[in-house]
Design a protein around this ligand. Structure first.
Ligand code: CMP
Length: 684
């Protein structure tokens, strides 16, 4: 061994030296050759960090024998693997690699808590613990074969495994609660920590106190010959009681389960896992209580006034005895009754009280947990109810009139639909990319229904939708007041609004997919008309700052909007030249836009056909006009016109001319902006 060690050392030194001379390539070569023995490739460098900053595992010493190979395999089992627990603790593979190096440095035979070995060991221990905690009380209470080979073998085997568990615990690194990233790997510190915490409980529950007691009881072997003699019986009973100490293993079960729960069931599953654990714990305590109900009278020799004697169960089959005992315990625990008969003896009464107290405590815990869990399951609904309750109290406090209260309640119902989320807070906690994706997804129906978006560059759409704010208006609400200075425009996701003139006449109506309030932002003047909600309106608003910021980047979209605005102004008898740039717009792209807009207007004016027909007609007549626009769109960021582009995508407007009788009197429009679903068909 000593020789092999020296050879290894020399080999290492030589390797370092040659690597230093030949550079990194030869270093890798060397490691490759070395690693081939274990089937692994190690790119060992001069230090612990590779060129890319990734920590590198030191190459293992040259495998000199099979023994070395086995040792390596075993040590690999003790190292942290990239399982869920490790990833949660260290976050990245790089950190995990560092931890492996640290674990190696900590010395051989220290088991990392995130290693595969510990995972499988814990799993086995969990199964053994459950088996122990169920079988032990039944065997102790209902069977008298304490000294049978079967029972002794079972106890010896499980005790041995639990004692080995203590040894394993002494060599397992410790995850600290406060400093989760730093796992204690120093054997001395591990031992100190374990001795201070669970060691004694684990030890007491693992050593076979009952057998030790029997062995050390000098007279036992003689007394055993006369088993019916009083002393021998007493000794056996005491040993039985001592064997109950094994039930302290429950502490280990609780520890293992809570550790697993934390790592493997973090999300929704954890809610159900906690309920499941609680139910299991209640059943286990019920099982123990049932066994205790029988054990105590049995140790007393079944006095005639004990419940076992009253029920004549002394000689019954163990399953019958157990069933009655469990029934009695459950009746107490759930505070439903006393079983078949109320307690007659003092011992029975005390036992009943004990199980009543434990049952009531468990029941209270269960109710508390279950209520908590149910509440956390539907927290948004609960928050909504709380919010509504608060609003109701506020309305009462402010003595608001009945009609206003009604409107507020209806607003809440429509706006939040029974669930309350702090959307801004939730989205604010996401990464920028994720936030953008979520907002784009949320606005997909708006984008699909607004032709202005449907035909626009996806970057433009994304830029706009990330800046939109959802707003809800009720029927009759004045969304925009004529003559005021506006600071936002709106896109209609759902609902109908009326454009109302100064004289109270309704100029037109807009519905899903339309937008309004843009003229004021384009002209920097006052609102040219009032806008009133006819039905419940789900709108998205865009503030003036965002409006300008986005349109500055996409000039073609600004011009498109200006074209629509000019037509709108024209329609309500105002000067279309109010809209800036419009007159100066003599570029080829501008002309193309106008050509398309005019052509579409002509189509819409003369033909009143179904959506499909309009699309087909547009396709035919606008084919030529669109080609330059498509080319223009490529040059100027803004409108994207895949295939047929604008005209083909133009659906016949929903809100075309049915909402307002006043529209019938309007003169035919010279040109109608085709980017606006509702506007496209303003013509009679
Ligand atoms: P703004 O002036 O900011 O506020 C009132 C809005 O009503 C106006 O912008 C337009 O968006 C809208 N509007 C005015 N006239 C019409 C019209 N003829 N057709 C559609 N919308 C209009």
């Amino acid at each position: 061994m000593c020789c092999a060690g020296i050879t290894n050392y020399l080999f290492h030194k030589l390797r370092k030296y040659t690597c230093g001379l030949a550079g990194r390539e030869s270093d890798a070569d060397m490691s490759l050759k070395q690693g081939s023995g274990t089937g692994k490739v190690h790119f060992g460098g001069l230090d612990d960090v590779s060129l890319y900053g990734t920590p590198v595992e030191p190459a293992p010493p040259a495998p000199d024998a099979k023994q070395g190979f086995l040792r390596n395999q075993l040590q690999a089992l003790f190292q942290p693997t990239d399982n869920k627990l490790a990833m949660k603790l260290f976050g990245s593979k790089k950190a995990l690699m560092k931890e492996r190096i640290r674990q190696k440095a900590a010395g051989h035979w220290v088991i990392h808590p995130c290693s595969s070995f510990r995972f499988y060991w814990d799993l086995c221990m969990l199964l053994l613990l459950v088996a122990n905690l169920i079988i032990l009380p039944v065997a102790i209470s209902f069977f008298n074969d304490d000294l049978s080979t079967r029972w002794i073998a079972f106890n010896c085997l499980s005790d041995t495994i639990f004692l080995i568990d203590i040894v394993v615990n002494f060599r397992t690194g410790i995850m600290q609660q406060d400093n989760a990233e730093q796992v204690i790997l120093d054997p001395k510190l591990i031992a100190k920590h374990y001795l201070r915490t669970w060691f004694f409980l684990d030890l007491i529950s693992s050593i076979p106190l009952d057998y030790i007691f029997l062995i050390f009881n000098q007279d036992f072997s003689e007394s055993f010959q006369l088993l019916h003699a009083g002393r021998a019986l007493r000794i056996l009973r005491l040993a039985k009681l001592l064997s109950l100490v094994r039930l302290l293993r429950l502490s280990r079960l609780v520890r293992y389960v809570s550790q697993w729960e934390e790592v493997y069931f973090l999300n929704m599953a954890s809610v159900f896992m906690r309920i499941f654990n609680l139910i299991c714990m209640m059943l286990l305590i019920g099982h123990w209580s049932g066994c205790l109900q029988f054990l105590v009278p049995m140790l007393q020799g079944f006095p005639p006034n004990s419940w076992v004697a009253i029920n004549e169960l002394q000689e019954a089959f163990w399953l019958e005895q157990y069933s009655w005992a469990l029934f009695k315990a459950m009746s107490h625990m759930l505070c439903i009754g006393y079983g078949r008969f109320p307690p007659q003896s003092l011992t029975d009464m005390w036992l009943t009280m004990l199980s009543m107290i434990s049952g009531a405590t468990c029941y209270a815990l269960f109710l508390g947990h279950a209520t908590n869990l149910i509440q956390s399951l539907d927290s948004s609904r609960r928050q909504y109810r709380e919010k509504v309750k608060q609003v109701e109290e506020y309305m009462a406090y402010r003595k608001l009139p009945r009609e206003m209260r009604q409107r507020i309640t209806e607003y809440f119902e429509h706006r939040y639909q029974g669930k309350f989320f702090d959307e801004e807070l939730i989205l604010g906690e996401l990464s920028e990319k994720l936030r953008e994706d979520v907002i784009n997804y949320n606005c997909r129906s708006l984008v699909a229904s607004v032709p202005f978006f449907a035909n626009a560059d996806s970057n433009f759409v994304s830029d706009v939708v990330t800046k939109l704010r959802y707003e809800v208006f009720q029927p009759g609400d004045i969304i925009i007041k004529e003559g005021t200075i506006g600071n936002k425009m709106y896109f209609i996701q759902e609902g109908i609004v009326d454009i109302v003139m100064a004289n109270g006449e309704v100029a037109t109506s807009l519905s899903d997919g339309s937008y309004f309030g843009e003229i004021c932002l384009l002209t920097n003047a006052r609102r040219v008309a009032s806008v009133r909600a006819e039905t419940y309106c789900n709108l998205f608003s865009l503030s003036v700052d965002h409006f300008n910021a986005v349109l500055d980047q996409y000039p073609l979209m600004r011009r498109t909007m200006e074209s629509v605005a000019a037509e709108r102004l024209n329609k309500i008898g105002k000067n279309p030249n109010l809209v800036a740039h419009r007159e100066d717009d003599t570029t080829s792209e501008g002309n193309t836009i106008n050509a398309v807009v005019n052509a579409l207007a002509a189509e819409a004016e003369h033909v009143s056909l179904s959506d499909d027909s309009v699309a087909r007609l547009s396709e035919r007549s606008l084919g030529l006009a669109l080609q330059p626009l498509q080319a223009a769109s490529c040059r100027m960021a803004g409108v994207a016109l895949p295939g047929l582009g604008v005209a083909a995508a133009l659906p016949r407007p929903k809100s075309e001319h049915d909402f307002s009788s006043a529209q019938a009197q309007q003169p035919p429009l010279a040109a109608t902006a085709a980017f606006h679903k509702s506007d496209a068909g303003i013509a009679p």
